[in-house]
Write a protein that binds this ligand. Sequence first.
Ligand code: BGC
Length: 412
Amino acid sequence: MNKRVFPALSLALSLLLAPSMMLRAEVANKDKPVVWYNRQPSNSSTGELDMDALQFNDKTYYVGFDANQGAELQGEMILDYIKGHIDGLDRNGDKVIGYVLAIGDVGHNDSIARTRGVRKALGTAVEEDGKIKSDPVGTNADGSSSVVQDGKLEIDGVEYTIRELASQEMKNTAGATWDAATAGNAIGIWSGDFGDQIDIVASNNDGMGMAIFNNWSKENNVPTFGYDANSDAVQAIGEGYAGTISQHADVQAYLTLRVLRNALDGVDIDTGIGTADEAGNVLSDKDYVYREDERSYYALNLAVTAENYEQFLDSTAVYEPVSKQLDAEKAPVKKVWLNTYNSADNFLGSTYKPLLQKYDDLLNLEVEYVDGDGQTESNITNRLANPAEYDAFAINMVKTDNAASYMQILQQ
Ligand code: BGC
């Protein structure tokens, strides 16, 4: 080959091939898009948002769902059920509607909100400094606990007491929270202690709710309520599981990857979210809210009960309004590092991750999925050893206080 042509050719070739590689190498890790999802950076004791993490750079967001709206909905769903099914609900006829509550993680905002939502709706809430107490009661056979109080409810002229007989955080001995197996064991102990005093089971999520349903409530016909609308739980509504809440995981999974896509493309962050993109993807204000001051997208929740569960049977179906493939020329393939805090978490494993895996194709993102063990943050951060290899990051912390350990890595 002519000596002068060769360098020119190889330069042309490298210019053709290099853009995506060059871009990745050029952007410092600290300037790459970051999405915190499912576990909002916050103080696990006070719930206060960690704004340093939420504003790590100008391409940082949180994606979750509206915890308070969902929690109120869960409480009201249970209250409506009691009112509508009072005949035969009070199993021992003592006029006390006793319930037990499975708590996911005492330091997780979603879990705290759900505990509060149930207590508020059922009249069992006790306030301290203007906030409903969300600690577990342990056991409360006689109603004397200071964490909750007995609620009163009149139905058809009959006065009932509503009592939280027992509640505990479902954390296993290794430290994993929201632990379904622990909930399955707890109901064995609670049913031994309280027997037919238990008329209702409420759970902060479906993973724990289903463990209780399968181990005990199904056989004993005790209405059990969860949260997440995982496919197995929705299916179980046909077999007596009483209800769950959809936190619109289809919208959340989309938003998790969509904000990264938009930040990577340098387009308006609202593209394909509140404003239709070229492919026609767009969400409506019934699907989510965005709070600029919190840098957070929150999907809105829907109650799933015997009346409507058939529409929710497949929790991993892509949401139709945002199901269109992006053009790979305008939105070229980018590499994303994404973790889940616990490979054994039912919601993330059976609902959220399958959805992410569908949206990553539609959005032309090549995602490296890393699953944690639910207990040790370093088990995950150790696997973020080469951030320079990725264009963007989606992070699901083990503990909501731990954002700094990820930011440190990205700042290096
Ligand atoms: C879900 C739980 C899940 C937790 C994990 C919550 O939003 O409802 O099911 O275990 O997130 O962080």
